[in-house]
Design a protein around this ligand. Structure first.
Ligand SMILES: CC(C)(COP(=O)(O)OP(=O)(O)OC[C@H]1O[C@@H](n2cnc3c(N)ncnc32)[C@H](O)[C@@H]1OP(=O)(O)O)[C@@H](O)C(=O)NCCC(=O)NCCS
Length: 502
C-alpha cells in the first residue's frame, strides 16, 4: 500500500492534508483517520457506500468488468480446475497448495468433521419446525463453549486449528439442521469421502440403506461452494470482522456472521427465486410477469436478475449456468415444471430489450436456486449451504484481521440527532397517569415530531462551514475545498431531515 498522494480538506478556514493510499487494483482510499482529531468532524456514510474499513489481500471485485478473484485467481478458473478445499487453503494461506500440502490439508480438515456429542443433545432443545438458519446460528455459536478455554487467538497454531475446526464442522452441523427438521437420525461424517461428497451423504443418506452420492451433484456442490466462498467486505464478513475485532471467540464470531447472512437482502435471494417461480406456476404466465417486472408502478422484480455490484455478467453465474444444465440432465428433472419455467424465463429475459439495455443478467442466485431445487434441497436450507461455503471466507478474513498489526477494535461514530440535555420532570408534575391513559398511541404520534425538532436543533448548533469534494480524475487526486455557508447549511438540514425520517 504505497503512500504517495495526498488530499487536502479546507473546513472552518482550516486546511488539513490526508494521505491517499493506492491498492494493487481498484479505487484508492483517502485516509481520514485523523480527521476528528484535526478538525472535530466525523465523516457520515451510512451503509459504507464510500468507506473502506480495512485493507485486504484476499478477494478483488470489479463489478463493472464482471471480475471476481480470490488471491489473484479468476473465479471461473478456480471453479473449473479446483475443489473447495483447494480454495479454502488458498483463502487462508495466500497460495494454492502443492500436492503434499494438499494431502496434509485435506487430511487435517477431515479429522475435524465430527462434532461433540453434546451438540446433538443441544439440538433436541429446539422445536422441530425451527428454521434451519436458527439452528445454525445457535449451534455454530455454541461451538465456542467447547473450544474457548483452550483457544489463544494470538497463537498462530491455535488460530489455524480453530480455522480447520470451523471449516470441517460446518457441513456436519448443516446436515444435522436438516435431519433434525425432518425427524431423521443424524448421520455421522464418513471420512473416506471428500468434503462435498460427505456433506451430500450426511444430508441424504439414512442408516437403513447404502447411499451412493451422484458425482455430478458433488461436482456442482464443489463449484457452488467455491463461487460463494468469499465476496470481500460484505455485510456478514464485516460482521465477523467487527465481532472479532474485540478479541471475541472466533466460533461466536462466525455465529454472528451466519446471523447477518440470514437476512433476505444478503443470503436469502435464491430462496426468493424459487418462491417467484412457484408464484408464476406455469410457462404460459411468464409474459404476464415480464410485463409486471417492467412496470414502474408495480414493485415486482424478477428475482435472480440484476446485481448491485456486477453491472456486467456476474462471473459466478457464467459458471453455474453450465452446471445447472449438467445437474438437470443428471437427475432427469429437465422437464420438471418449475425448472421449465426457470429456463423459459432465462431465455425470454436474455433476449428482451428491457433486460439487455439495463444489463439485467441472471445472477448466481438464479442458477444456485434451480440447482438446489433439482438436487432435492428444500428452499429453507439454501442459506445454510451458503453459510458452509462462506465460512472459508469468514475464517480467512478473521485471521487476516487478527494478524494485522494495525488492527483496532471496530467502533463507528454517529451523528447524534436525539434530545439535548434535559432535566427529569418534577415529581407529580410529569405526565400524570390519567393523561398517560389517553393512550400510548398519542405518545407514539408525538415521537416523530420530537425527532424532527431535535434534528433542526442540531442543524442550528452545527457550525455552518461545510465541504464538498472536487475530484480531479486526470491527476488521480482529490482536493476538498470549502463552500459557501449558505449552501452548506441547506444541504446539512436536508440530510438531517432524511436522518430524522429513518
Ligand atoms: C440486485 C438488485 C437489488 C440491484 O439493484 P440496483 O443495483 O439498485 O439496480 P437498480 O435498482 O438501480 O436498477 C436499475 C434498473 O433496472 C431495473 N431492475 C433492476 N433489477 C430488476 C429486476 N430484477 N427486474 C426488473 N427490473 C429490474 C430497475 O427497475 C431500474 O430500471 P430503471 O433504470 O428503468 O429505473 C436488483 O437488480 C434486484 O432487485 N434484483 C432482484 C433481486 C435479486 O436477484 N437479488 C440477488 C442479487 S445477488
Amino acid at each position: 500500500m504505497a503512500k504517495e498522494k495526498t488530499a487536502t480538506l479546507t473546513i472552518d478556514k482550516k486546511t488539513i492534508t490526508m494521505p491517499i493510499y493506492d491498492g494493487t487494483e481498484g479505487p484508492s482510499v483517502i485516509d481520514i483517520s485523523a480527521l476528528y482529531k484535526d478538525t472535530g468532524y466525523f465523516t457520515y456514510d451510512p451503509g459504507f457506500m464510500s468507506t473502506a474499513s480495512c485493507d485486504s489481500k484476499i478477494t478483488y471485485i470489479d463489478g463493472d468488468e464482471g471480475i471476481l478473484r480470490y488471491r489473484g485467481y479468476d473465479i471461473d478458473t478456480l471453479a473449473n480446475n479446483n475443489d473447495f478445499l483447494d480454495v479454502c487453503y488458498l483463502l487462508l494461506n495466500g497460495d494454492l497448495p502443492n500436492a503434499t500440502e494438499k494431502k496434509i490439508f485435506d487430511r487435517e480438515i477431515t479429522l475435524h468433521t465430527m462434532v461433540h456429542e453434546q451438540i446433538s443433545f443441544m439440538f433436541r432443545g429446539f422445536p422441530r419446525r425451527s428454521h434451519p438458519m436458527a439452528l445454525m446460528v445457535g449451534s455454530v455459536a455454541s461451538l465456542s463453549a467447547f473450544y474457548h478455554d483452550s483457544l489463544d487467538i494470538h497463537n498462530p497454531e491455535e488460530r489455524k486449528l480453530a480455522a480447520f475446526r470451523m471449516i470441517a464442522k460446518m457441513p456436519t452441523i448443516a446436515a444435522m439442521c436438516y435431519k433434525y427438521s425432518i425427524g431423521q437420525p443424524f448421520m455421522f461424517p464418513d471420512n473416506d469421502l471428500g468434503f462435498c461428497e460427505n456433506f451430500l451423504y450426511m444430508l441424504f443418506a439414512t442408516p437403513c440403506e447404502k447411499y451412493k452420492v451422484n458425482p455430478v451433484l458433488v461436482d456442482a456442490m464443489e463449484k457452488i461452494f467455491i463461487l460463494h466462498a468469499d465476496h470481500e467486505q460484505n455485510a456478514s464478513t464485516s460482521t465477523v470482522r467487527l465481532a472479532g475485532s474485540s478479541g471475541a471467540n472466533p466460533f461466536a464470531c462466525i455465529g454472528a456472521g451466519i446471523a447477518s447472512l440470514w437476512g433476505p437482502a444478503h443470503g436469502g435471494a435464491n430462496e426468493a427465486v424459487i418462491n417467484m417461480l412457484e408464484e408464476i406456476g406455469d410457462v404460459k404466465r411468464i409474459p404476464e410477469f415480464i410485463k409486471r417486472a417492467k412496470d414502474k408502478n408495480d414493485p415486482f422484480r424478477l428475482m435472480g436478475f440484476g446485481h448491485r455490484v456486477y453491472k456486467n455478467y456476474d462471473p459466478r453465474a457464467t459458471v453455474l449456468r453450465k452446471t445447472c444444465k449438467d445437474v438437470l440432465n443428471a437427475v432427469g428433472k429437465k422437464d420438471e415444471p418449475l425448472l421449465a419455467i426457470a429456463m423459459e424465463l432465462e431465455r425470454i429475459a436474455l433476449s428482451d430489450e428491457y433486460f439487455i439495455e439495463r444489463k439485467l443478467y441472471p445472477n448466481v442466485d438464479f442458477y444456485s436456486g434451480i440447482i438446489y431445487r433439482a438436487m432435492g434441497i428444500p428452499s429453507n436450507l439454501f442459506t445454510v449451504l451458503f453459510a458452509i461455503a462462506r465460512t472459508a471466507g469468514w475464517v480467512a478474513q478473521w485471521k487476516e484481521m487478527i494478524e494485522d498489526p494495525k488492527q483496532k477494535i471496530g467502533r463507528p461514530r454517529q451523528l447524534y440527532i436525539g434530545a439535548t440535555a434535559r432535566s427529569l420532570p418534577k415529581k407529580g408534575k410529569g405526565k400524570p397517569n390519567a393523561k398517560a391513559a389517553k393512550g400510548k398511541a398519542a405518545a407514539k404520534k408525538a415521537a416523530p415530531a420530537k425527532a424532527k425538532s431535535a434534528a433542526k436543533a442540531i442543524v442550528k448548533a452545527t457550525p455552518k462551514a461545510k465541504a464538498k469534494i472536487v475530484a480531479k480524475p486526470a491527476a488521480k487526486s482529490v482536493k476538498l475545498v470549502s463552500v459557501s455557508k449558505k449552501s452548506a447549511a441547506k444541504s446539512t438540514s436536508s440530510s438531517a431531515r432524511k436522518t430524522a425520517k429513518r
